[in-house]
Design a protein around this ligand. Structure first.
Ligand SMILES: Cc1cc2nc3c(=O)[nH]c(=O)nc-3n(C[C@H](O)[C@H](O)[C@H](O)COP(=O)(O)OP(=O)(O)OC[C@H]3O[C@@H](n4cnc5c(N)ncnc54)[C@H](O)[C@@H]3O)c2cc1C
Length: 475
């Protein structure tokens, strides 16, 4: 006997579980199917983000940052420590606890919002009158029917050709978050968000970290001035970053991994490391979904083809998050999930792709929203720029963290904010003000005239807005 639902969501990551909650809030009889298992084989909803992505990486970044502060910066505050040690197993155990709290939180939210949860793999059976048949393969098998289906099956790490992940020596993000002892030498292929964050964790704990990147430009998606500042800071910290390399071979041998590559000038080089993290991007995941059964259209990358409203080629079938086009970010997936649930309810769900914030949780943190200076130049847009360094911010001095700056880009005529770029302390939090401002189409002058608490890092945001009009007060 099949169980009937108005909405069935396949995938319980940030795109899926949020879509399910919003659909239930809107009065739909909603189910969410997710197959992720914890170490004991039980349900672990939350997807990549909760289990092997955003949340555990931030837990390790926090622990390793505490360690680095204790080792290098406590002395400045008159605090001395003897015999400072890092218990990696405990750090990883704490990270696992944080993950479990988030898994349990989602199960609680399902109950609270009356979302029926199925633990197992969901796949298309067939189209039936007024909807679809979905089978769930878990501890028990179930058949569901749904009028509307939301697909949120996420993405998987991309492996290097010829060097599959063994999660012992050649690691995806999954293995990178489970390293049991500080490696002496750590190699990372890919200087993107994940590579930089993971590299920072293990460098802070004492590993000799080399990051190899195929692209010639460091953080090409970020504003050039900000990327340059960040590169300077990371290099000073001891991260070795080689740009423009061409990897020819990766071989797990003996106790380590040997990497053969050509550097940016074409010279043959080699690197031997204890562990290698490969973070060269992610591929959309539709494994086990059985898209052929209903004729669901995928593109050449394997992503589910959707229109601007997340509609697939099938009536009543929607897709959100990493499995569709657009940036692979948890908050983008969530916004799409909410918008789709609201569209199913006949409302006007909306996602503004122009104001999606980007954050890299390194130290200094990097965050931005809107357009970069190089993009404005390329588009021939007339703009004004203003920057303010944290070096001139009282709170940053008190914190002992004065690296970086806030940068504003505004339209030359209307003064509308076109982009805000931050490298520095708490950039991840500071960027929210810029996102709100851009959503409300604020001008740089609007931010410059708003009273910001003193002393706070947010005063650097106000000052950068003032700098657009060349009238900073503290620099
Ligand atoms: C190391 C790392 C750090 C990251 N840090 C950040 C960050 O700081 N901020 C940020 O915004 N983003 C970050 N991301 C990206 C973020 O994790 C993803 O963008 C986000 O998880 C995408 O959400 P999603 O719901 O589309 O898919 P996912 O989170 O991948 O969830 C998909 C879920 O669907 C399940 N599933 C798949 N197929 C089926 C099926 N057939 N049946 C049942 N279940 C199925 C999967 O098991 C999974 O639980 C990070 C990623 C990584 C790897």
């Amino acid at each position: 006997m099949s169980k009937n639902f108005d909405v069935v969501v396949i995938g319980g990551g940030p795109g899926g579980y949020i879509a399910a909650i919003r659909a239930a809030q809107l009065g739909f009889n909603t189910a969410c199917i997710d197959e992720w298992k914890n170490a004991a084989g039980g349900p672990a909803p939350g997807g990549t983000c909760t289990n092997v992505g955003c949340i555990p990486s931030k837990a390790l970044l926090q622990s390793s940052e505490h360690f680095e502060h204790a080792a290098k910066h406590f002395g400045d505050h008159g605090i001395s420590l003897d015999n400072l040690k890092m218990d990696v197993a405990k750090m990883v155990g704490r990270k696992d606890t944080v993950v479990k709290q988030n898994n349990d939180g989602i199960l609680y939210l399902f109950k609270k919002n009356k979302v029926t949860f199925f633990h197992g793999r969901g796949s298309f059976g067939k189209a039936v009158e007024g909807g679809y048949e979905i089978s769930v393969a878990g501890k028990t098998a179930e058949t569901l029917t749904a009028k509307h289906v939301i697909l949120a099956t996420g993405s998987n790490a991309r492996a290097l050709p010829g060097a599959p992940f063994d999660e012992e020596k050649i690691l995806s993000n999954d293995g990178a978050l489970r390293i049991g002892a500080v490696p002496q030498k750590l190699g990372i292929i890919g200087a993107g968000v994940i590579g930089l964050e993971m590299g920072s964790v293990w460098r802070r704990l004492g590993a000799d970290v080399t990051i190899l990147e195929g692209l010639p430009t460091f953080l090409g998606a970020a504003d050039e001035q900000i990327a340059k500042e960040a590169h300077k800071a990371f290099t000073k910290q001891g991260l070795k970053i080689e740009m423009g390399v061409n990897i020819s071979e990766v071989k797990a041998e003996g106790e380590g991994v040997a990497i053969a590559y050509a550097d940016a000038k074409g010279a043959a080089k080699s690197l031997v490391v204890d562990k290698l993290i490969v973070s060269i991007g992610r591929v959309p995941n539709t494994i086990g979904l059985n898209p052929e059964a209903v004729g669901l259209q995928l593109d050449e990358r394997g992503a589910i083809v959707v229109d601007a409203e997340c509609k697939t080629n099938l009536p009543g079938v929607w897709a959100v998050g990493d499995v569709v086009r657009g940036p692979m970010l948890a908050h983008k997936a969530e916004e799409e999930g909410v918008a789709v649930a609201e569209r199913i309810a006949g409302q006007h769900g909306h996602v503004n792709f122009d104001t999606i914030p980007w954050v890299i949780y390194t130290s200094p943190e990097i965050a931005w929203v809107g357009q970069t200076e190089q993009a404005l130049k390329a588009a021939g847009r007339a703009y004004k720029a203003g920057t303010f360094p944290f070096l001139a911010n009282g709170r940053a001095r008190a914190l002992g963290d004065t690296t970086g700056m806030v940068k504003f880009l505004a339209d030359a005529t209307s003064d509308e904010i076109l982009g805000v770029h931050i490298v520095g302390p708490m950039a991840s939090e500071l960027i929210s003000e810029a996102v709100v401002a851009m959503e409300f189409k604020a001008s740089a002058e609007d931010i410059a005239r708003i009273c910001h608490a003193h002393p706070s890092l947010s005063e650097a945001t106000k000052e950068a807005a003032l700098a657009v009009d060349k009238r900073t007060l503290n620099f």
